[in-house]
Design a binder for this molecule. Structure first.
Ligand code: SAM
Length: 214
């Protein structure tokens, strides 16, 4: 078994806590550090792009407001080329506050289906291309996905909303951060502890969308 296939600390923890992927701890760390899912009296609508197998979506659906013990995320729209895993969801993905759209986030029909459910208060994206091993090709594909995610953030995030988007380091990632800083009060990059040490992925955050599209 290759090193990267071995069950590491984060994968074992994910299994134990009922998440299909270790990536949930990246979102959890960013949420705890930056308050991405801010409980409020208003409904919180979340868009998860590149959602399968579904750890980030499950995290959103399971997150409770500590004061009221009610779900923080009142409506989740999850999108991916592949279906969500049903191994741990205990019916949450069939609930009325969850809508899964299977398809390509860059395709026109999928774009329309997503925009029909906007505005959102939080856009999270862990979308990544299938890697080829050629770093320039992989980085370019990741950049194209990140740009598509930014288009969603620009068009469908409500004022004050937040964004998390994954990027592969290298290539013109500076243009992504620049655009985030134009759209949000704060734009920053952050590499969570649960990222594999050999991985060249990182996350860009936009906090506080500065134009009301709602
Ligand atoms: C690292 S996984 C996401 C893991 C997820 N955040 C979780 O916690 O379970 C990346 C996902 O991006 C999806 N993806 C890549 N390109 C896509 C595209 N153009 N449209 C929709 N999903 C895409 C892949 O199918 C894959 O499931």
């Amino acid at each position: 078994m290759a090193n990267y296939e071995k069950l590491d600390h984060w994968s074992l923890k994910a299994q134990k806590e009922g998440y299909p992927a270790r990536s949930v701890y990246k979102l959890k760390e960013m949420d705890e550090k930056f308050g991405l899912f801010r409980p409020s009296s208003a409904a919180l609508k979340v868009l998860d792009l590149g959602a399968a197998p579904g750890s980030w979506s499950l995290y959103a659906l399971r997150k409770l407001d500590t004061r009221s013990h009610l779900p923080v995320c009142s409506l989740l729209t999850a999108v991916d080329l592949s279906p969500l895993s049903r191994q741990y969801d205990k019916g949450l993905f069939d609930g009325e506050n969850c809508c899964f759209i299977q398809g390509d986030i860059t395709a026109a029909l999928i774009r329309e289906a997503i925009h029909a459910r906007s505005p959102f208060n939080l856009v999270i994206s862990d979308a990544a291309p299938s890697t080829t091993g050629n770093r320039s090709v992989d980085t370019l594909r990741s950049l194209a996905l990140a740009e598509a995610v930014l288009d969603y953030a620009e068009r469908s995030l409500a004022s004050g909303g937040n964004l998390v988007v994954k990027v592969f380091q290298g290539g013109d990632t500076a243009s992504i951060l620049k655009r985030i800083r134009e759209l949000f009060k704060t734009g920053k990059s952050f590499k969570p502890e649960a990222c594999r040490s050999e991985s060249f992925e990182t996350y860009y955050l936009g906090l506080g969308r500065n134009t009301n599209v709602g």
